[in-house]
Design a protein around this ligand. Structure first.
Ligand code: C5P
Length: 213
């Protein structure tokens, strides 16, 4: 059976946590598509000494392998910034399209989280959720995560980075981050992880049952 769940929304809204949890409970495969852009970003930064060259970025994206997604440095603030910059290059997005679409169509169901899953990658997804939370909450969550992973940063810096990244992701010409017209809004500001996962789970369950009728 093929069943695609599209989770989009800004950084640190809870997409990844919800994606992993629902994939586990329904036995679906999960793809954090941000990792693709992060992997391209860090590789390009490594080779170009800090300057993003769009031509090089497109070549790197075309040659990306699943092994690149296992790099230990993909969750750093530097990788987030690099990802959002290469993600604005249309040729990079085009190079990563097929892989994501194939993943979405795999047998047994798939959950993809990102920015353009419900709008560009899988416009016909069975379930679409736009996961969001207010800026201060998202910054607090990301700050806790970064500090836990050993990063030396401040809440202010994290908030600034989130703002810059969200703005760049929303205004770019190719596949900007926007809520698909048919995506359900899930605001996690006041929700515990369990409550957010429960809402997403209920929606997916309902869709699966409707498909069986
Ligand atoms: O989701 P995550 O924060 O890991 O994504 C890192 C960056 O990758 C985002 O800021 C965005 O620029 C880019 N991205 C994207 N489209 C996706 C997923 C991520 O443009 N589907």
């Amino acid at each position: 059976m093929q069943f695609t769940v599209a989770l989009d929304g800004p950084a640190a809204a809870g997409k990844g946590t919800i994606g992993r949890a629902v994939a586990k409970s329904f036995g679906f495969a999960h793809l954090d598509t941000g990792l693709l852009y992060r992997a391209v970003g860090v590789k390009v930064m490594g080779r170009a000494r800090g300057v993003i060259d769009p031509v090089l970025a497109a070549v790197v994206a075309e040659k990306l392998t699943e092994k690149d997604l296992d790099r230990p440095d993909l969750r750093t603030a530097l990788a987030s910034r690099a990802a959002s910059r290469v993600a604005a290059v249309p040729e990079v997005r085009a190079a990563l399209l097929d892989f994501q679409r194939k993943f979405a169509r795999r047998e047994g169901g798939a959950v993809l989280d990102g920015r353009d899953i419900g709008t560009v990658i899988c416009p016909a997804a069975d379930v679409k959720l736009f996961v969001t939370a207010d800026e201060a909450t998202r910054a607090r969550r990301r700050h806790v995560e970064l500090v836990k992973s050993g990063a030396d940063t401040t809440l202010d810096r994290v908030l600034n980075d989130l703002r810059t990244r969200d703005a760049r992701d929303s205004v770019r010409d190719t596949a900007p981050m926007i809520r698909a017209a048919d995506a359900l809004l899930l605001d996690t500001t006041e929700l515990s992880i369990e409550a957010a996962v429960a809402e997403a789970t209920a929606l997916i369950q309902k869709k699966i049952e409707q498909g069986r009728d």
